[in-house]
Design a protein. Sequence first.
Length: 202
Amino acid sequence: MPKKVLEHFKKHDPLLYEAVMSFEKDFREGPEVSADLFASLCRTIIGQQLSGKAADAIWQKFRTLFPQKKPTARQVLECSDVRLREAGLSFAKINAVRDLSERVTARSLNLLTLRTASEDEAREQLLKVKGIGPWSCEMFLMFALGYEDVFSPGDLGLQKGIQKIYALRALPTKEKMEKLSKNWSPYRTHAACAIWTILDNR
């Protein structure tokens, strides 16, 4: 984790800082930038409401449907529902990846412009895609576009991690999480990654 981020947590949230320092050697890198935004967004859709292991398994099956295991919008549209179902996608996720593919091929959604868009602009464009809600949008902003100041108050893993770190009796409400996350801005993505890591190492 970058030194500037650690210093920010130390100053604005000593409790999180102490937890971070206990697990720092295990941390994932934090925000990531994807070279293939279309594939990354398909991966995000596929991973909705699934464990990491299940999502990875379906993603690998999905990738094998395409040359060099690299799906494109046009190829997704040409793939039959039967093949997509055999790869493990639900009908809702099939509809979502098809809607995404239609928008990309029609150029009503230009994923490349999201790299330089503001967070609000990127969210607005992503949320127009069928099947993409706030959680999917936040994961994509963090792990494909590399935004450093994104948090996902509806993520169950983050709720459990915060409950653990702050010794709360019950899972924190969305309002509680949003209020707490203000202490971590402008590095809320780093905080989220740290919290997930701490939870995984419980």
